[in-house]
Design a protein around this ligand. Structure first.
Ligand code: SF4
Length: 438
């Protein structure tokens, strides 16, 4: 799909806030294990015997992860002081993602949360999320999760169509999603999110509509709906020794080549529009391109990313950001374990990885792109037009952006109430606009 340019509308953007290293307000913990690998998966995941059985590497990983948490906490203490003092707030959010973090024993999850609480601080009322898969042998013990301090669950439902789940390589059945939601509710997890996939090969509009209806009928608090993307991390140069992705396996590569042939742009657009309609009608606010939440259930952790606020991250392939520099751990588990759990009496060291600091113009563009993902959009202001203004004017003229009035949110640097945000067409074509902005 393409958008046609039209008459420009004048846009003026306020200048970006000065970037400086800041203490983290959020922490991401990556747990890189799944029972089996889905062929479309681009996350850092080890499956099969690494995840289960006598050769499983979970215990070694947890030991290494705890070491990384301590080392990163030491560094934060040295730079910002200990949590709880002025200028070093406790964490507002903690997110255990993967992979399937609920494959870890509850005692390990409790140990991770206890260490985070001790060394980083967790604010009263903080959002503490764990990702899980719905299968009975993957979703963990909901009561144990609550006892460990988890208060939000993100379930990888993906589809409610058995044939599509099989095609996607998923292990669970549609009814497992309902069971997982019921268990989580009865254990006292106060916020539940479902991940759904559209633009899946073989998924016609009726199948997607049934999946949306099934998700809505479970009365969850949040839905993430993502188009199935089949990018090639190898071709993008992300899989080297310091890369944040693992190489794609040959079988998965063949699956993706076949799947791409079955994807259809117009069907994907219609499916997205249906999600906007149905989730909106069911009382969800589409607060981000791919995310819908009931009031008060928006993902506070992901909002930290979209507001470009500082976050720490641990685990293979995890990305952190301190307000100016982005740092990541290399994806490979062997190097991670060698550095952090070396054995033989050697002290642990930080794992291999890399970092980059965008220049001011790139940082400003990133901030606008991230903010435009949200329905609060970006503020207009009385400052002189910046370098991005012509592109935003083009997007306004093309119907990809619209002007709205109203306050943004507490993290805006501009108090003005005139804003621009993506229209539904703009959300569908956001990549085209974002490519112009960088
Ligand atoms: S369950 Fe999720 S994280 Fe695990 S392999 Fe499948 S897509 Fe990847």
């Amino acid at each position: 799909m393409t958008a046609s340019p039209a008459e420009p509308h004048p846009v003026r953007l306020s200048p970006p806030a000065e970037a400086a290293p800041l203490p983290p307000v959020a922490l991401y913990v990556h747990v890189p294990f799944c029972v089996s690998l889905c062929p479309y998966c681009d996350f850092v995941v080890y499956a099969g015997s690494a995840a289960r059985g006598p050769a499983a590497r979970l215990d070694a990983f947890v030991e290494a992860l705890l070491s990384e948490l301590r080392l990163r906490a030491d560094a934060a203490d040295a730079t910002f002081g200990r949590p709880g003092i002025a200028g070093r707030p406790p964490l507002e959010t903690l997110y255990l993602g993967g992979g399937t973090p609920t494959l870890l024993p509850t005692s390990s999850l409790a140990a991770i949360l206890a260490l985070v609480r001790e060394r980083y601080g967790i604010a009263d009322g903080a959002e503490v999320t764990i990702e899980s898969n719905p299968g009975p042998d993957e979703r963990g013990d909901a009561r144990g999760l609550v006892d460990a301090g988890i208060n939000r669950l993100s379930l990888g439902a993906q589809s409610f169509e058995p044939a599509l789940l099989r095609r996607l390589g998923r292990r669970h059945r549609p009814e497992d999603v309902a069971d997982a939601v019921a268990e989580a509710r009865s254990a006292g997890i106060g916020s539940i999110s479902l991940d759904l996939l559209y633009d899946v090969p073989g998924q016609d509009e009726a199948a997607w509509d049934r999946t949306l209806g099934a998700a809505i009928s479970l009365d969850v608090d949040h839905v993430s709906a993502y188009a199935l993307t089949l990018d090639d991390p190898d071709a993008e140069g992300l899989t080297g020794p310091l890369g944040d992705h693992l190489a794609t396996r040959a079988g998965a590569r063949r699956w993706r080549v076949a799947a791409v042939r079955d994807q259809d742009e117009d069907t994907a657009a219609a499916q997205y529009a249906n999600a906007v309609r149905r989730l909106g009608a069911a009382g969800f606010r589409g607060y981000e391109i791919s995310n819908w939440g009931r009031p008060g259930h928006e993902s506070r952790h992901n909002l930290v990313y979209w507001h470009r606020r500082p976050y720490e991250a641990v685990g293979p392939g995890a990305h952190a950001f301190d307000g100016s520099t982005r740092r990541w751990n290399a994806a490979r588990l062997d190097g991670y374990l060698r550095a952090l759990a070396p054995g033989g009496g050697s002290p642990p060291a930080l794992p291999p990885g890399a970092s980059e600091t965008p220049d001011a113009a790139t940082a400003a563009a990133e901030a606008v792109i991230l903010a435009l993902r949200l329905d609060t959009g970006v503020p207009l202001a009385g400052a002189a037009a910046g370098p991005l203004a012509p592109h935003l004017e083009w997007a306004l003229g093309s119907g990809l952006l619209e002007r709205v009035h109203g306050p943004g949110d507490e993290h805006d640097h501009d108090p003005g109430d005139e804003r621009v945000r993506l229209t539904t067409s703009g959300r569908l074509l956001s990549n085209e606009l974002f490519a112009r902005l960088v």
